[in-house]
Ligand binder design. Structure first.
Ligand code: ADP
Ligand code: MG
Ligand code: ZN
Length: 609
């Protein structure tokens, strides 16, 4: 018998022992008094009635005697009265004398009361069976439901290092500081430096967030406590909160260490937006406990909390406050080179045929996550094994990709022609932004399709907060937003649906310039927007109800003129710098990502390669 079985047997014995005891206590304290003592009558009264001839029938048992009456009182007659027997040797004689019908009862109480026991035991046995099953499945003892499910693995045992994570070099760099802190907390505490308590990894599913957390613990060589948000959702209320308490207690004892809460959105969902029934209270309690624990310990006690989510927008704002998960790290879909690295990692133990080119594989898997790539390698290996081959060929990979793509649909690899168009569109935004010094500089441009459905994006990096914008600056911003569409027009001679989102933002800003900022001669410094639609640039804006149709028409004309002016500006810039545009698009086609510095460099060189 192994340890677990012993525990289970112990549990069963304990369970039944406890139930028997409870049943006995119930029997003695509640059941017997209820049935028997209720209409208990003193022996003297019984004798009195017997002599008065008011007794009809008597049933004798070892310790008691039950009788019914035949007096004047109807109600009295319908009851069985119960008397504790005293040691009275004349009883039989008295009964015979009084001419009462009497009989004796079997001492054990007969079949009925035995059946009663079985009926009582049956539900108990069912409950036992249920608990027992749960115990064996869950592996956790029922007695320890409140204990944290967090598994502790010694840091070295996560065995994962950053070299097992591909394409996330920037993120790894950000995590370095935390690793250094975990390795030598004294160095930081001595100088009074405070590290963020909580690090939130945000990114689409399968990009390696969980892997990264494990690797962080592995690199620092500290224990890794991991628990998934969905584990918290348990059947008993209050258990989730108890788990959180337990988890942090364990962690504090083992500091320095990492506590990792995977899929934190399962508990950290905004209290306002949470709609699901039933688990609501439970989750809220758990969330509150988590917040309390995070506030409760010192920033430098050596416990670093990491969490991961792919839905940061649903998280409760309280979680993101300073002192909690105040550092967010974006884990993005891998780029071309990133994908190549990931393929390298996952094929390191797979014998590859001569013809396999990881570089080519990386090129045709734009938009795939690390998990997708791992999946492809596995599928390809399976295909090779099935056909009894010793190595995995390029054909296996092609088939595997097809399978994974079929399973993903939306992430269809982009056709070359479409990709070219996206490259010019995003390149257009970036180049106009670079050429207009008043606009936010470009940080990064990407033509990797995002999981939200965009085919590419241009990231701007505001240099400073802006409080005031001139008309000139606003028009330049519009030119940047229109740059994508204009580039498509300049290069391909037609327009596509890809600019719908750009146009929406452009129109909203242009309209506000006319109706709220008084930036046109024709309409003057008058506010035409209603007060209801106040918001940041680009938010929906409504018109006042009392403006005349002519004014409304002028507003439309002026709005359009502003947009067209900006469009002309963008077109002039892109035509003048056509070679730079071509160069940027070419780099995007090749590498999928281009950084702001590179764009700056290209513009300075006038587009020369
Ligand atoms: P997430 O937590 O972001 O959903 P995971 O970390 O669970 O993703 O990734 C699932 C699996 O996909 C990992 O176990 C690993 O095999 C693979 N994987 C994902 N991203 C990477 C990456 N950047 N480098 C190497 N492998 C990765
Ligand atoms: Mg995960
Ligand atoms: Zn665009």
């Amino acid at each position: 018998m192994d340890k677990k079985q012993k525990k289970n047997v112990g549990f069963s014995i304990g369970y039944f022992g406890l139930m028997m005891l409870l049943a006995w206590v119930f029997q003695v304290l509640v059941y017997q008094p209820m049935v028997l003592r209720l209409q208990e009558v003193p022996y003297s009264e019984f004798l009195h009635k017997l002599e008065a001839g008011e007794i009809e029938e008597v049933v004798l048992s070892e310790s008691r005697l039950l009788y019914t009456c035949c007096g004047d009182d109807e109600e009295e007659n319908s009851r069985r009265h119960n008397v504790v027997r005293v040691d009275d040797p004349d009883l039989i004689e008295r009964l015979t004398q009084a001419g009462v019908e009497f009989s004796a009862e079997e001492p054990t109480g007969g079949l009925i009361s035995q059946l009663g026991w079985i009926i009582m035991l049956l539900p108990l046995a069912l409950i036992w069976y249920f608990l027992f099953r749960r115990m064996q499945q869950g592996g956790a003892s029922v007695m320890s439901i409140g204990k944290s499910k967090a598994r502790e693995i010694a840091g070295e045992l996560t065995g994962v290092k950053f070299e097992d994570v591909g394409g996330l070099d920037e993120v790894e760099l950000e995590l370095r500081e935390i690793i250094d802190f975990l390795k030598e907390p004294q160095r930081y505490t001595r100088l009074g430096a405070k590290l963020p308590k909580g690090v939130l990894l945000v990114g689409p599913p399968g990009t390696g967030k969980t892997l990264l957390a494990r690797a962080t613990a592995g690199e620092a060589g500290v224990p890794f406590f991991s628990i998934s948000g969905s584990d918290f959702v348990e059947m008993f209320v209050g258990v989730g909160a108890a788990r959180v308490r337990d988890l942090f207690e364990q962690a504090k004892a083992k500091a320095p260490c990492i506590v990792f809460i995977d899929e934190i959105d399962a508990i950290g969902q905004s209290r306002a937006s949470a709609m699901s029934l039933g688990t609501n209270d439970e989750r809220e309690q758990t969330l509150n406990q988590l917040l309390a624990e995070m506030d409760g310990f010192e920033a430098n006690n050596g416990v670093v909390i990491m969490a991961a989510t792919n839905r940061p927008e649903v998280l409760d704002r309280a979680l993101l406050r300073p002192g909690r998960f105040d550092r967010q790290i974006q884990v993005v879909l891998p780029t071309d080179t990133g994908r190549q690295q990931i393929l390298q990692i996952h094929t390191s133990k797979v014998p590859l045929a001569e013809d396999v080119s990881l570089k080519r594989l990386a090129q045709i898997t734009a938009g795939f996550s690390g998990a997708d790539l791992a999946n492809i390698v596995n599928e390809a290996a399976l295909l090779a094994v099935r056909q009894g081959r010793e190595t995995v060929s390029m054909e296996d990979f092609d088939l595997a990709i097809e399978r994974v793509v079929a399973g993903l649909q939306r992430r269809m690899a982009l056709k070359p022609e479409l990709k070219r168009r996206v490259a010019y569109h995003e390149g257009g935004h970036a180049l106009v932004a670079q050429l207009l010094p008043s606009t936010d500089p470009v940080h990064k441009v990407s033509v990797i399709p995002t999981s939200k459905g965009a085919l590419g994006y241009t990231l701007h990096m505001p240099e400073e907060d802006t409080y005031l914008l001139s008309k000139q600056e606003l028009q330049e911003q519009l030119a940047v937003m229109l740059g994508g569409r204009v580039a498509e027009w300049v290069i391909f001679g037609d327009r596509s649906t890809g600019a719908a989102n750009d146009l929406e933002r452009v129109s909203a800003i242009a309209r506000r310039m006319v109706t709220e900022f008084g930036m046109t001669e024709a309409l003057g410094p008058v506010r035409y927007a209603s007060d209801a639609g106040m918001g940041y640039l680009g938010s929906a804006n409504m018109m006042r109800q009392d403006i005349s149709p002519e004014t409304a028409k002028t507003i439309d004309i002026e709005t359009r003129r502003i947009v067209e002016d900006s469009e002309a500006l963008a077109e002039r810039l892109l035509k003048d710098h056509r070679s730079a545009l071509d160069r940027i698009a070419a780099i995007l086609l090749e590498k999928e990502v281009i950084l702001g510095d590179e764009i700056r460099h290209i513009v300075e060189q006038g587009g020369a390669a």
